[in-house]
Design a protein around this ligand. Sequence first.
Ligand SMILES: Nc1ncnc2c1ncn2[C@@H]1O[C@H](COP(=O)(O)OP(=O)(O)OP(=O)(O)O)[C@@H](O)[C@H]1O
Length: 323
Amino acid sequence: MSHAPNTLSLVADIGGTNTRVALADGPKVLTETIRRYANSEFPGLESVLRKYVEDEGGVDAKAACVAVAGPVRDGRATMTNLDWTIDKTTLSRAANAETVSILNDLQAQGHALGHLEADKVRTIIPFPEASDHAAKLVIGVGTGFNAAPVFELEPGRLVAPSESGHINLPVQTEQDMRLAQYVSTAHGFPSIEDVLSGRGLERVYAFLGHEANDPRERRAADIMQACADGSDERATEAANVFTRMLGSVAGNLALIQLPFGGVYLVGGVSRAFAPYLNDFGFAQAFRDKGRFAGFMGNFGVAVIEDDYAALTGSAAHLVSLGA
Ligand SMILES: Nc1ncnc2c1ncn2[C@@H]1O[C@H](COP(=O)(O)OP(=O)(O)OP(=O)(O)O)[C@@H](O)[C@H]1O
């Protein structure tokens, strides 16, 4: 398929395992152009984008934006598990575009808010009245954990990046303390991401086995499947522990950023947990902030059930740059 020149932009979401690439018309991602590539099969971003252009039968993009699961500094991204150089020079060469931008993937998720289909936003805690300009907060739980506040300013939207998955796990109960110690013994430091991620859920399951003197291991997707069919009590308990920790951490981040416009959970693990958050105590843990428990009622919470939201956010960001 070939498109008219200089009307479309090229967007990509580089995750821990896969890169998704698409074309966008303004903030709208053209779903029929979305393609997914396994990172392990490519030496770098340039070759993935070249393959995409080839697969699409030629692309002439006026702008390009990539969302990267890793910190971005001075237009250069580094990834924890991937030896790719991602900078503006590489991107403009690969995409042959005038305007290029590199975002952290959670920044892209923040830029997607307001551009997603209504049926992709699942309310967990109802949203109280808020002004259109109220701050929002996106929290990503997938291969890793991260968060980004979203501010509506006069010149446009600001989504501030962070690396909040790497701060200490909060400890409130005796069990939290033992879980933090368990993670610390294995990894030297108990970070939020060590528990609140796909691998983290597997770790919580292993921790419960360690506590019960009955060690067993299961993959994250199997744990959620066992939760759904009620076939493994430990899986249900692991999902409960995970949900309460997620509520507690989301509440902490809400108190730091004051997102009166809402908290949005994104990522593959958030989507897998969406049907369980209410039953497993997310709201109670979110509000469990002592004398600020009532104040926590200011924040609504929703799950974004759209695997391509980072692509939409990248496209929306290019529009805001005037591309
Ligand atoms: N059904 C499921 N229940 C719970 N966790 C799951 C499920 N399916 C996948 N996961 C976990 O979700 C994580 C992947 O999350 P996500 O889909 O957000 O990927 P990502 O971080 O964007 O990167 P990539 O697409 O490259 O994997 C993995 O840790 C995996 O174990």
